[in-house]
Design a protein around this ligand. Structure first.
Ligand SMILES: NC(=O)c1ccc[n+]([C@@H]2O[C@H](COP(=O)([O-])OP(=O)(O)OC[C@H]3O[C@@H](n4cnc5c(N)ncnc54)[C@H](OP(=O)(O)O)[C@@H]3O)[C@@H](O)[C@H]2O)c1
Length: 392
């Protein structure tokens, strides 16, 4: 097995046995495999995004391509091999994630690659699924296939960050997203928040929602905004975006937009045991699922995430408000943060600051974001990053 471990330039790598490997073609093909994998966004969870290209490094020809969709069942490698046919013999397979060697919903992809006569498999990262976790690479190597690991590993890990997180931590990936004014307010003193950001930002937010299995907000936001919380990206999804509300006193109205659309996309409300049964039944009659006391009325966020995990929800976007955002941050349960900052100043001591709670006592204690991605949407700026939990 060849482990690519050191980089000389963008186009040459040196292997542990001191062979120089030209990367241009391999890199191009891996980029293509990642691009193909991304086409499954919204349609693979709880599985990973996977893309595969079968090509010849010698002639530069592409023989087959494929990407995974959960409902199609067949894996990226199978689809690419099928397209390549006999030309797969002696060719290289570029796969965006380690191929699996066990029988799951499909037979092992490693066997399919070996049987097709693939000479080399290039994959950026191991699949953290304990059923795979290196066994796919080992199977290929045992069969005499040359295996290279590490090409575009950071990009591949980012692409599947939700899946990888879920596999390792056994809980959904949590992305906190808020829209704020330049002075850090998410609403005016009267609670008005529509719209702080531009249409371009809101379009981007729907693309973000499309990447997630669930969206979560607090009772305060529902009471003031009466939101719909749907994915309006117009892109295909395997399952509708599940809408999760933390509402200890069960204030959600049966005539709210959420309740009225509960049969189109699930609405799950975490509430306490003390709520009057009639309010729960009125919501249940609309199709809302009322979860009592499992998570202390929504107060125990780790228990909320465990419940969502059991529903095979791999990822959640938390869209506020300030109280719920603070609760997730303080519990150390935020894995990614996006602020959409609009060039407006709201002002006022009573206007909601983006993050409530107690907050940091010193700047050294403030949440620090790393691996920043900063971009413009119309007149707004999106700042996205990962809270530094010291585990990077
Ligand atoms: N600009 C933006 O991006 C944005 C986004 C969202 C909201 N907003 C604005 O923010 C305002 C609402 O924010 P908010 O802070 O008042 O309300 P919130 O964070 O939406 O909801 C807070 C309420 O959620 C319930 N809750 C249940 N479990 C909780 C937990 N684990 N942690 C914290 N709360 C929990 C509590 O009510 P119970 O005691 O009844 O359980 C709590 O009072 C609105 O004006 C809205 O327009 C702006």
């Amino acid at each position: 097995m060849t482990l690519i471990d050191s980089k000389l330039s963008d186009s040459i790598l040196v292997t542990p046995d001191f062979r120089l490997v030209t990367l241009d073609f391999d890199k191009q093909m891996m980029r293509r495999a990642l691009e193909l994998a991304a086409r499954g966004t919204g349609q693979v969870s709880p599985s990973p995004l996977v893309g595969c290209v079968i090509a010849s490094g010698e002639t530069g020809e592409i023989f087959g391509e494929g990407f995974y969709l959960y409902e199609r069942v067949r894996h990226a490698e199978t689809l690419a091999l099928e397209q390549a046919g006999g030309r797969a013999a002696g060719a290289t397979a570029y796969v965006s994630l380690e191929p699996h060697a066990h029988t799951g919903r499909t037979p092992p992809c490693t066997t399919a690659l070996i049987d097709a006569g693939i000479r080399r498999v290039i994959a950026p990262i191991e699949d953290p699924n304990p059923l795979v976790a290196g066994s796919g690479f080992a199977h290929l190597a045992r069969a005499g296939v040359e295996v290279s690991i590490g090409l575009l590993a950071d990009e591949a890990a980012r692409l599947n960050e939700k899946y990888i997180h879920c596999m390792r931590r056994k809980r959904p990936f949590v992305h906190l997203k808020l829209a704020s004014s330049l002075d850090g307010r998410i609403a005016t003193r009267t609670g008005d928040a529509r719209w702080i950001t531009s249409e371009e930002s809101r379009r981007r937010v729907h693309q973000l929602r499309h990447e997630y299995d669930a969206i979560l907000v607090g009772a305060g936001t529902v009471a003031i905004d009466n939101p719909l919380l749907t994915d309006r990206s117009a892109r295909p999804r395997r399952r509708p975006l599940a809408r999760i509300i933390l509402d200890g006193r069960l204030n959600l109205s049966p005539t709210s937009q959420l309740a009225r659309t509960a049969r189109e996309a699930p609405v799950v409300v975490f509430t306490s045991e003390q709520v009057v049964p009639e309010s729960a039944s009125a919501l249940e009659a609309e199709g809302v699922e009322v979860v009592r006391n499992v998570a202390g009325g929504g107060r125990d966020l780790a228990a909320v995430l465990d419940d969502l995990s059991r529903r095979t929800l791999q990822s959640i976007i938390v869209e506020g408000g300030a109280t719920v955002a603070a609760a997730f941050l303080e519990a150390g349960l935020v894995d990614k943060v996006s602020f959409f900052v609009a060039p407006i100043i709201i002002g006022g001591n009573d206007a909601k600051a983006a993050i409530g709670g107690r907050g940091a006592a010193t700047i050294a204690e403030a949440f620090n974001l790393r691996d920043l991605y900063i971009t413009r949407h119309g007149r707004d700026v999106e700042i996205t990053g990962y809270p530094d939990k010291g585990d990077a």
